[in-house]
Ligand binder design. Structure first.
Ligand code: PBG
Length: 323
């Protein structure tokens, strides 16, 4: 005789819904947005169908339309003109530059929105690296000074969450101290805690023209073969004062999300990165998969693994579908 029949809990939609363990909500998402200079510009990222680079005027409109759908958190990334890039990422401190100016504008127009920014040198660096380069090497401590100034300049624009994505050692503590010294105790830090040297970032680098000019990012981003190393990073970020721990990419690193969620009490964020988005879009366009169902399945897998926050290019289309 079969005494245990788990199928009983799957026998109807009502019961399936009743016993569903994880749910997605519009509140889970942070929607990444790409900013370019100019006016009235909306240019699709070739490798990311449905994702655009917006000039400031249209970016404001895009944020407004997302807010109406219930998406209230955004991570804004700038695409910087090649001519403005240099060794020290000086454009990142330019208050009249497109990024800082637009951040201030967004917070003025939508004070209730939660705006996150990226702290790393790559969009502004003539070397295309996240850190300061000397003789082909990425110098950790020299980079920290630059990142701290960048973070304070962004916080001065009124943003809510700083996202250090550079993977330099000690950066969370260094940035925390700089923010506090500048009177920004309330600005949060969502650390890219376990950020892997991944091939899934390529469409993002297309969007920002920010690919490294030489070499790769393996001396600072983590080896995809490792998981214990993520615990070391998480321990350090926690001690240094991070408010959220992020795992990036998400889909191939669900085990890491789960590990961090098991061992640490801070909220865990998953970055469902550009390549994960593009893969699904491409296969769906070919008619090989059902894009919407696959989207929902992978987003749910991130929640199931333990992420409470999901950064995803799918956020808006998910919100439209579930509005
Ligand atoms: C910048 C940064 C990257 C991403 C977020 N911040 C690219 C990189 O590290 O090369 C990737 C996001 C994505 O692929 O969606 N340091």
């Amino acid at each position: 005789m079969i005494t245990h029949r788990p199928r009983r809990n799957r026998k109807s939609a009502v019961i399936r819904n009743m016993v569903q363990e994880n749910h997605l909500s519009v509140h889970d998402f942070i929607y990444p947005l790409f900013l370019i200079d100019g006016k009235n510009k909306k240019i699709e990222v070739k490798s990311m169908p449905g994702i655009y680079r917006y000039s400031p005027d249209l970016l404001l409109k895009e944020i407004e339309s997302c807010m109406k759908l219930g998406i209230k958190a955004f991570d804004v990334f700038p695409s910087i003109n090649e001519k403005l890039k240099d060794k020290t990422a000086s454009e990142s401190l330019n208050k009249n530059g497109v990024y800082l100016k637009t951040l201030a504008l967004i917070k003025k127009r939508f004070p209730e929105a939660c705006i996150m920014t990226d702290v790393a040198m790559d969009p502004y660096s003539s070397d295309g690296h996240d850190g300061y380069v000397e003789n082909g090497k990425i110098l950790n401590d020299k980079t920290l000074e630059i990142l701290a100034k960048m973070a304070v300049a962004q916080a001065d624009c009124g943003i809510d969450i700083i996202g250090p994505s550079d993977m330099m050692d000690g950066r969370v503590g260094y940035i925390r101290e700089a923010l506090d010294d500048a009177g920004h105790e309330e600005v949060s830090i969502m650390s890219y805690t376990a950020k892997y040297a991944s091939a899934f970032y390529n469409p993002f680098r297309d969007a920002l023209d920010s690919a490294p000019k030489f070499g790769d990012k393996k001396t600072y981003q983590m080896n995809p073969a490792n998981s214990k190393e993520a615990l070391i990073e998480a321990q350090l970020d926690t001690e240094e004062g991070a408010d959220f721990l992020m795992v990036k990419p998400a889909l191939s690193y669900l085990d890491v999300i789960k590990d961090l969620n098991t061992h640490f009490d801070l909220p865990i964020a998953a970055y469902n990165v550009s390549g994960e988005y593009s893969m699904i879009k491409a296969a769906a366009q070919k008619g090989w998969i059902d894009g919407e169902r696959v989207r929902d399945e992978i987003l749910l897998s991130m929640k199931r693994a333990g992420a409470s926050v999901i950064l995803s290019y799918f956020a808006k289309e998910w919100a439209i579908k579930n509005h």
